[in-house]
Design a protein around this ligand. Structure first.
Ligand SMILES: NC(=O)c1ccc[n+]([C@@H]2O[C@H](COP(=O)([O-])OP(=O)(O)OC[C@H]3O[C@@H](n4cnc5c(N)ncnc54)[C@H](OP(=O)(O)O)[C@@H]3O)[C@@H](O)[C@H]2O)c1
Length: 128
């Protein structure tokens, strides 16, 4: 298993040349995803992050985006609304990103959709 020290050493190599230019985070409104966005932005590198989340999290995320901008003005964080347990919305998020970017360099998926899935299956035919 990779040691924490090795991970830190690797992360220390992230700069403007090596950073993922375009990143998509799904599940970045809390937990692992949110901490990783903060760490990536904190490297000071030029990155563009599509921050995919549900409408209920948007208000709360405004303060987070401001915090990120103060941490690294070169980072661009784009709030992208999406309830990804719904296929139509997952597709719409993909189309939105595809329209703007020829490629993405980092896809970070930490949305725990298992719980919502259990209830969504009962109410929509669109559940994953
Ligand atoms: N934390 C750990 O130590 C750990 C260790 C091993 C594995 N894991 C696993 O890693 C995953 C992430 O863990 P975490 O601690 O970061 O969890 P978390 O804090 O609960 O974060 C989950 C994220 O997923 C988003 N999300 C959930 N359902 C969504 C949906 N349908 N559409 C869009 N976004 C959705 C949540 O958004 P909202 O803000 O809208 O709810 C939140 O941003 C989980 O599956 C967990 O079991 C965690």
């Amino acid at each position: 298993m990779v040691s924490y020290k090795e991970i830190q050493a690797s992360n220390a190599l992230i700069n403007d040349t090596t950073a993922p230019r375009v990143a998509v985070f799904v599940g970045g409104t809390s937990g692992i995803g949110m901490y990783t966005i903060r760490a990536l932005v904190g490297t000071g590198a030029s990155v563009r992050i599509y921050h995919v989340g549900r409408p209920s999290s948007e208000e709360r995320m405004r303060a987070f985006v401001q915090e990120l901008h103060a941490l690294n003005p070169k980072a661009e964080v784009i709030w992208t609304e999406g309830e990804i347990a719904l296929l139509a919305e997952a597709k719409s998020v993909c189309e939105t990103v595809k329209r703007k970017e020829p490629r993405i360099n980092l896809l970070f998926l930490s949305a725990d959709v298992a719980q919502p899935l259990l209830s969504l299956v009962a109410v929509t035919s669109c559940a994953m």
